[in-house]
Design a protein around this ligand. Structure first.
Ligand SMILES: Nc1ncnc2c1ncn2[C@@H]1O[C@H](COP(=O)(O)OP(=O)(O)O)[C@@H](O)[C@H]1O
Ligand SMILES: [Mg+2]
Length: 276
């Protein structure tokens, strides 16, 4: 189980994530919603170790990850979609995925010069890499250098690398942003499959409410870095705080949740939309 305990980060005078305590159970998909600048990406950065917390901690299966580098956290089971900068841009899609599979399963190769085991491991790696390529619907483009692909395909490669790592915790930060209407369903299907597995912990930052409604077992809402709502999707969506923040109604009620009512120009910036 992944937990954050009082997780806080300050950038100068600004508290971007403010005392967030939350536990995420395996087999559960939690959607993280909130306006732009609410601290969602920063929360992921704190969990994955890209930035250091000012206070509080991240705990995975009872073990504090304090002081652990992002790569050590990846090895511990935290999976976050790679940024393009982590890819080898001149290598093909298949080669990148194969490297990720290999990195995940490294160690098994160090069994000495047993040609049979080297060959069978290699075959297994290739099979797994090909499975991942099929899962992200990139078979036709698997031999293209990643740098030559359009943005949407590059984002699919990021998700492919995440799949290849087979982490315990999957973190998706607006995974379909910038994807075409043909590409987005591929990624959403993958997330559906991961969810069907029922053993994975999935965290999804997503603005599209229809996607959230369909996929989320639970929704948490961040606002000004603080966790302001947490619960079953229908209840959270119907809650005054979300109705106010996203739909711009009943401003007074938000105050009862200890959160300042959003500005009147706030709703249009939310970017939370229904897919037509
Ligand atoms: N490295 C950083 N240095 C300073 N401020 C940052 C940094 N990263 C994020 N912020 C600020 O923290 C707040 C939360 O940002 P972010 O986590 O990206 O929000 P969200 O993903 O919810 O849109 C914003 O005000 C943003 O400007
Ligand atoms: Mg963000």
């Amino acid at each position: 189980m992944l937990e954050t305990r009082n997780l806080t980060v300050r950038f100068g005078g600004h508290v971007a994530v403010n005392g967030v305590s939350c536990a995420f159970q395996p087999g559960t998909l939690t959607a993280i919603v909130g306006p732009n600048g609410a601290g969602k990406t920063t929360y992921f950065n704190l969990i994955s170790g890209q930035i250091a917390a000012t206070s509080g901690e991240v705990v995975l299966n009872g073990r504090s990850l304090a002081g652990m580098s992002p790569s050590a956290r990846t090895r511990a089971g935290l999976g976050r979609a790679f940024q393009l900068t982590n890819l080898f841009p001149n290598l093909s899609v298949l080669e990148n995925v194969r490297l990720a599979v290999q990195a995940t399963r490294s160690g098994r190769h160090l069994r000495g010069l047993n040609l049979w085991s080297i060959w069978s491991d290699h075959a297994a790696l290739m099979r797994r890499a090909e499975e991942v390529i099929v899962a992200v619907a990139m078979t036709e483009k698997q031999h293209r250098p990643v740098a030559s692909l359009p943005h949407g395909d590059q984002r699919k490669v990021e998700v492919a690398l995440l799949m290849a790592l087979e982490p315990e915790v999957f973190m998706f930060d607006e995974p379909t942003a910038g994807m075409s209407v043909d590409e987005a369903p591929v990624i959403l299907n993958l997330i559906r499959q991961l969810k069907a597995d029922k053993s994975k912990t999935i965290l999804l930052v997503e603005h599209k409410m229809d996607v959230v409604r369909e996929l989320a077992d639970r929704i948490i809402v961040l606002h000004n870095g603080a966790l302001v709502a947490d619960g079953e999707p229908a209840a959270v969506i119907a809650s005054p705080i979300v109705q106010e923040a996203y739909l711009g109604v009943v401003p007074a009620i938000a105050m009862t949740h200890g959160v300042a009512a959003p500005q009147s120009d706030f709703a249009p910036q939310m970017g939370m939309t229904e897919t037509p």
